[in-house]
Design a protein around this ligand. Structure first.
Ligand SMILES: [Fe+2]
Length: 186
């Protein structure tokens, strides 16, 4: 999956050199939540280590997206949306020394269970498990965080969104584990 996307790589934007603080904060929180979900699923020590690594850097490719687009307070144009959707592939380029399972998290964290995600439109169990875990925790953390274009959702509303997207956007078994984590900390 990693090697399949070499020839059609889009032209990268220049590296800005600084990842916005919010991307770093988001990565840390997604990693913490992903590990709690991993505990529920019963992942082993190596997978947990890889998961924490990949979750922390999953959005590193956003360092190549112009700040004005990342922090735009209004709707994105199709061209701007297209640039943002390059961030998983750019992230893989920026982590050439990471283990392949880490790079799979970076590349596939926006895939969806029904195949409607990006960049490779993988579906179901074809999406690496660790990327499926990060996908759920990524969306949850994004929803409960303020964004330039909207205020943070309540925890309850975000949990309801995740639950309703099970089997469409997210792996149902990962959502089940996520719900157990949420119920345990309610
Ligand atoms: Fe992302």
């Amino acid at each position: 999956m990693i090697d399949a996307r070499k020839s059609d790589q889009p032209q990268s934007q220049p590296l800005r050199g600084v990842v916005p603080d919010e991307v770093l904060r988001h990565g840390e929180d997604v990693a913490k939540l992903s590990l709690r979900v991993a505990d529920e699923i019963g992942l082993g020590a190596y997978e947990r280590l890889v998961l924490a690594w990949g979750a922390r850097i999953h959005d590193i490719g956003k360092a190549r997206v112009p700040t004005g687009i990342l922090e735009k307070p209004g709707p994105l144009t199709p061209a701007e949306r297209g640039l943002i959707e390059q961030h998983p592939a750019w992230g893989v380029e920026m982590a050439p020394q990471s283990p392949i399972m880490v790079r799979e998290i970076v590349l596939h964290h926006h895939e969806r269970w029904d195949g409607s995600g990006y960049p490779e439109h993988l579906n179901g169990p074809n999406i690496p498990l660790l990327a499926r875990i990060v996908a759920v925790c990524d969306v949850f953390d994004a929803l409960v965080s303020d964004r330039p274009y909207r205020s943070a959702w309540s925890r309850e509303d975000a949990v309801t969104y995740i639950e309703h997207a099970s089997g469409r956007e997210f792996d149902p078994s990962v959502v089940d584990a996520f719900m157990r984590v949420m119920n345990a900390s309610a």
